[in-house]
Design a protein around this ligand. Structure first.
Ligand code: FES
Ligand code: FES
Length: 223
């Protein structure tokens, strides 16, 4: 028998929406609603989760407070700074985004390229891997603090004289790392320098010139 043409019309999409999803107890419409809700939670999560709420289950209807900032005293390039910071802010982001000390570069943001290298109490660290709040009382030196007024640091001069860079993106990290490498006594041979500078990647491949620069600076500083 022919179907009654007066039956209410159901669009194809309505039919599809009511299909059940294999392995899922609801209809497609319910499934999509849940996925959409989850996506929104993921999108807003990093902005609203407090450190106290990390790892805690969040039930629907729960109000989540915005992370509270903390006051941090930092000493950078012989100057004192007092900052209100989210405790999750890395030292690199504090330097670049709060203090406009943009010499330190963000390459990988995962501790793998060395572009963000700064000196903390004379030791080199990847500033993308450390939280700013953990450095109260430390003496932090960035590339902006290496020169003595108008007089460049010998390592900066050596990099210029030996063309120790091409695009220059890795250069601030290379120079900070090289200063520490020399001070550590790890610049006695080409092999040593290559080994102890291996955490600083140069995508332009300026390694021979960087090596020559470090050797010159080592000689000039008599280290
Ligand atoms: Fe820090 Fe790459 S940006 S190691
Ligand atoms: Fe371009 Fe090193 S000079 S990445």
């Amino acid at each position: 028998m022919a179907q009654d043409s007066r039956e209410p019309f159901h669009s194809r999409s309505d039919e599809v929406n009511e299909f059940s999803i294999p392995g899922h107890p609801g209809t497609r419409r319910e499934f999509i609603k849940r996925i959409a809700g989850t996506s929104v939670a993921i999108a807003i999560g990093p902005n609203v989760l407090t450190s106290a709420s990390v790892g805690q289950p969040v039930s629907s209807g729960t109000t989540i407070a915005v992370s509270e900032s903390v006051k941090v005293n930092l000493r950078i390039n012989a100057k004192k700074y007092v900052l209100d910071l989210d405790p999750r802010v890395t030292l690199l982001d504090a330097l670049r985004e709060r203090l406009q000390l943009t010499g330190s570069k963000k390459g990988c943001d995962h501790g793998q390229c060395g572009a963000c290298t700064v000196l903390v109490n004379g030791r080199r660290i990847n500033s993308c891997l450390t939280l700013a709040v953990t450095h109260e009382g430390d003496e932090i030196t960035t590339i902006e603090g290496l020169a003595n007024d108008d007089e460049l640091h010998p390592m900066q001069t050596a990099f210029i004289e030996h063309d120790g860079f091409q695009c220059g993106y890795c250069t601030p990290g290379q120079i900070c790392s090289a200063v520490a490498c020399v001070n550590e006594g790890h610049a006695d041979s080409d092999e040593d320098i290559r080994e102890w500078m291996s955490g600083n990647i140069c995508r332009c491949g300026a390694y021979p010139n960087i090596l020559a620069a470090i050797k010159q600076a080592t000689t000039k500083t008599g280290t």
